[in-house]
Design a protein around this ligand. Structure first.
Ligand SMILES: Cc1cc2nc3c(=O)[nH]c(=O)nc-3n(C[C@H](O)[C@H](O)[C@H](O)COP(=O)(O)OP(=O)(O)OC[C@H]3O[C@@H](n4cnc5c(N)ncnc54)[C@H](O)[C@@H]3O)c2cc1C
Length: 476
């Protein structure tokens, strides 16, 4: 995959080769020709910044409940350009804050309800894809959290225990090394926790299909329309500001995830961190026979520095991970999507996990920014007095979460008091990240420190102590 150099800054960005941003966008099954930009000032009931999963699900549920609404979505590039069109394909009930920590912060019942809703979101994505005839390649294979090496066995046991503590263990299964190998053969896998509440999707097909569905329901999507600022209501009418004019609305929805850090008013609300992915060519039947993985579960180990794997519908292995450096000033640029040392490390690790990959080509490498809030807790909020709603901060676990966000924001905006409008995510406020250069110093210290902790655990076979400064800072 090659990519033309980034376009120079201009009011209307040059059309990019959007297919080059990920394997998913390349195989979205369409040309990705941009929709028209906003033609000038527009009045709407709801104006949404961002045509990723959050913005599109919000538009979808608003229109599904009230077809009379004028819903306008403004997208800087094209629908699915951001993380929604580039991710690891996991549609998972996993939540950025661990079950134990959720319970500690919000008490048992609220933590339990939130995680049950996350499980519901995994099903809901599949249900709507079917109902709306979106070819999202939804496949419910569950998830295997693998203990990769002896140091990781305590992590899967404690993951099981914390879900058991919430009474959510019924359909989980702790697998020993042989049972794990019966599902997928990974070098040095010592066991795994199987969780059925997870599916794989084709992210770009889901995002693009959702965009078409929103339009069919009467929503309007303007692409290549960057929002440069927003104004809350109160004395004025809430609005999204673009170089072509303002979109004034009763409610504006900020659904730009990592890219929100580019807006002056939200600069310190989320930390953009890059997640990177490598992808193999389709494997032969012989190689698959060696690896197994017929169940196509989403697979991860327990590294702080995160790895995530999936098996694509056309028989490739996707191997993703973090490790690319945080960029000073929360900068997001196309060239950061590729970081050769991290991509190289991912290829190397993939071959390590699967010796059957010897001689197999890696055909794609890409990445994108995700958003980390200061306390790792996503927010889904709406302030009716200001006419501003937002959902953000998924820390790389946003595919199913964004569906929950869309339903939650729609209910909040429509004034409906439902179970999901009382979850701990609603109106949650995270404190802002530190100003630079502290932010950069802290983020890089934690990134490097956690990498060292992971490497030491792998080398020694001893689990992390949880007592290093990097581990402490990573949680505070
Ligand atoms: C490499 C990678 C792998 C991941 N893997 C997984 C995974 O396997 N499972 C999982 O659950 N999550 C994963 N995530 C996270 C998940 O993809 C995201 O949390 C989710 O897609 C967020 O959706 P979103 O709509 O909120 O944001 P995005 O998809 O990032 O969409 C935001 C949109 O807003 C637009 N935008 C931003 N600013 C402006 C502006 N000023 N004006 C107009 N438009 C704007 C952007 O162009 C973009 O299209 C991954 C993320 C990355 C980067």
């Amino acid at each position: 995959m090659t990519r033309a150099p980034s376009a120079p800054k201009s009011a209307r960005p040059e059309a990019k080769d959007y297919r080059s941003y990920s394997f998913w966008l390349e195989t979205a099954g369409e040309e990705l020709a941009p929709r028209p930009s906003v033609p000038g000032p527009v009045e709407a009931d709801v104006a949404i910044l961002g045509a990723g999963f959050t913005g599109l699900w919000t538009a979808y549920y608003l229109l599904a409940q009230d077809p009379s609404l004028r819903v306008v979505v403004l997208e800087a590039e094209i629908a699915g350009f951001g993380a929604s069109g580039r991710n690891g394909a996991w549609c998972s009930s996993g939540f950025p804050v661990s079950p134990g920590e959720l319970q500690r912060r919000f008490r048992r019942e609220a933590a339990r309800e939130l995680l049950i809703e996350m499980r519901g979101a995994v099903e809901e994505v599949g249900r709507i894809a079917t109902a709306e005839e979106i070819d999202a390649q939804y496949f419910r294979g569950g998830q295997l959290r693998v203990a990769h090496g002896p140091s990781q066995l305590p992590a899967i046991e404690s993951a099981y225990e914390s879900l058991r503590g919430l009474g959510l263990e019924d359909d989980l299964r702790l697998l020993d090394a042989d049972e794990t190998a019966g599902r997928v053969r990974i070098t040095d896998a010592r066991g795994a926790l199987f969780n059925p509440h997870c599916a794989t999707i084709h992210p770009a097909r889901l995002a693009r299909g959702l965009a078409r569905t929103v339009e069919r329901l009467g929503g309007e999507i303007f692409e290549r329309t960057p929002v440069t600022d927003f104004e809350a209501g109160g004395k004025n009418v809430p609005r999204l500001v673009t170089d072509s004019g303002e979109v004034r609305a009763r409610t504006v929805v900020l659904a730009g995830e990592a890219y929100l850090a580019r807006l002056r008013k939200l600069r310190r609300q989320v930390l953009p961190i890059y997640s990177l992915i490598v992808l193999t060519e389709p494997l032969s039947e012989e190689r698959w026979a060696e690896i197994g993985w017929e169940g196509r579960e989403c697979v991860a180990s327990n590294r702080y520095t995160i790895d995530y794997l999936s098996r694509t519908e056309d028989g490739r292995i996707l191997f993703g991970g973090r490790g690319a450096p945080y960029r000073y000033g929360s900068r997001i640029r196309d060239e950061y999507d590729r970081h050769e040392p991290t991509h190289q490390m991912l290829r190397h690790t993939a071959r390590n996990w699967f010796p059957a990959l010897e001689g197999v080509r890696f055909t794609h490498a890409w990445g994108g920014p995700l958003a980390v809030p200061r306390d790792w807790m996503p927010t889904m909020s709406y302030d009716p007095s200001q006419g501003v709603a937002t959902a953000r901060g998924y820390t790389g676990q946003g595919v199913a979460t964004a569906n929950l966000s869309g339903r939650t924001l729609a209910d909040l905006i429509l004034g409906r008091d439902t179970g999901i409008t009382r979850l701990p995510t609603v109106d949650h406020e995270s404190r802002p990240w530190e100003p630079e250069p502290l932010r950069w110093l802290g983020a890089r210290y934690v990134q490097r420190g956690l990498m060292k902790v992971d490497n030491r655990a792998e080398r020694t076979g001893e689990p992390p102590t949880g007592k290093t400064l990097a581990e402490w800072l990573g949680k505070h």
